[in-house]
Design a protein around this ligand. Structure first.
Ligand SMILES: NC(=O)c1ccc[n+]([C@@H]2O[C@H](COP(=O)([O-])OP(=O)(O)OC[C@H]3O[C@@H](n4cnc5c(N)ncnc54)[C@H](O)[C@@H]3O)[C@@H](O)[C@H]2O)c1
Length: 379
């Protein structure tokens, strides 16, 4: 049996660099070729990443690769996944799975029909700090979670002010920060807490970005079926290096996590196995971590190597496309709630999904996004 998986990348843009850095620590993952419609990016990736460049998709699929890593704008995820499945390649595709639930369904159907492995590259599922929290929750360190909050903040103003960049656009990105960044938080929280029952969302523009760009700032309140209530704060106009924070409170204690800390997790726990009683402590076995960009490199390295291992050992990836689709459902539920101007249930979203389809939810979001930039001085 081979001990490496040969990947070709589709899309040689910004995120590729983190996958490349991540692979340095995981020799099981070998990136060998690239396809992109942008000749300049293709030339660069061939030169600096030593990948065989392809400007024709069919030729790329015929090259000596076992799997593809899809790194293109969100509106293209479905078509690329379907094409790769039909070409018989295993598929790892960047988050969010797709802008709509119908596209997710087509991706699942095509990959099942082709019998290829398929996983969404949700790096927050592979970050050691998040894996640590998941294990602590499963072991009952903080008991039953009833309250929490989570935050992702970035400063992406160049993408927001560039109208031809697809990022955060309604038509190519599937919305602003809720779709782009919120999906990380929703997928992580679903993993920790189960399924969402209802949501309430506010959308805001702190930046005076073009009208094709979605919200740069949002708050989503989530009510989980287990009863936990969680605040999700997301922004790409916050003035600090990219970071994430999560705080979960349960009947036996609290977990704090901050990606900007060198040691990212602290626990307060009355569990008998807690290492320290009566005060917050960091686990004595260090959790592999580093503030941005290190946590990207670490999590993507593990994610890509895990997918390669699933191929080599013929295992079904634990993070299923159906779970990734549930993250997209929370994105759409948030947008639906913003349009409704009230708390909205998952049941209401599912009715729309069955009746007219979820694409309709992405229409008219600009009108319900608060233009808060009129109150702000950025100079
Ligand atoms: N996991 C994370 O934390 C993280 C971080 C950043 C981006 N991402 C995701 O990665 C994906 C790509 O984002 P990015 O920031 O690299 O975008 P990008 O705009 O920098 O790169 C996209 C690339 O796709 C290429 N492309 C566009 N249309 C194409 C087509 N039809 N065929 C082939 N190539 C095409 C572009 O030329 C470009 O090189 C998105 O899904 C994004 O959400 C994830």
């Amino acid at each position: 049996m081979n001990d490496i998986v040969k990947f070709g990348i589709i899309g040689a843009g910004a995120v590729w660099r983190f996958h490349k850095l991540g692979a340095n620590n995981h020799p099981i993952t070998r990136f060998v070729s690239a396809y992109d419609i942008n000749e300049k990016k293709l030339k660069n990736v061939a030169k600096y990443s030593k990948l065989e460049p392809y400007s024709n998709l069919d030729d790329f699929f015929k090259s000596d690769i076992d799997a593809v890593l899809i790194l293109v704008p969100h509106y293209l995820h479905k078509d690329m996944v379907v094409a790769a499945a039909e070409a018989g390649k295993h598929i790892l595709c960047e988050k969010p799975m797709a802008p709509t639930l119908e596209e997710c369904d087509k991706m699942i159907a095509a990959t099942k029909k082709a019998g290829v492995k398929f996983m969404i590259a949700e790096n927050h599922r592979f970050l050691p700090a998040h894996q640590f929290i998941k294990d602590a929750l499963d072991k009952g360190f903080i008991g039953d979670v009833f309250l929490g909050r989570t935050y992702e903040g970035a400063y992406a103003i160049s993408q927001f002010f560039n109208p031809v960049d697809w990022s955060f656009t309604y038509d190519k990105g599937g919305g602003g920060v809720v779709a782009d960044q919120g999906v990380h938080k929703f997928t992580m929280l679903n993993w920790f807490l189960g399924e969402v029952d209802s949501a309430q969302c506010w959308l805001s523009k702190a930046l005076n970005s073009p009208s094709n760009k979605g919200e740069d700032t949002a708050i989503v309140l989530l009510h989980y079926k287990c009863g936990a209530i969680i605040t999700v704060d997301i922004s790409s106009s916050t003035v600090h290096p990219l970071t994430n924070r999560t705080e979960l409170h349960g009947t036996k204690g609290t977990i704090l996590e901050d990606h900007s800390w060198e040691n990212p997790v602290q626990i307060f726990s009355s569990h008998p196995d807690a290492e320290v009683k009566g005060e917050f402590y960091s686990p004595s076995v260090a959790v592999e971590h580093g503030p941005f960009p290190d946590y990207y490199k670490i999590s993507m390295g593990y994610e890509d190597a895990y997918f390669a291992e699933c191929i080599l050992k013929d295992k079904k990836p634990e993070f299923t496309p159906e779970e990734a689709k549930k993250g997209v459902a929370v994105v759409l539920l948030s947008y639906l709630s913003a349009k409704n101007g009230r708390m909205t249930s998952m049941e209401e979203l599912m009715k729309i999904y069955k009746k007219e389809g979820t694409k309709s939810i992405l229409e008219g979001l600009e009108a319900v996004t608060q233009k808060n930039h009129v109150n702000l001085k950025w100079e």
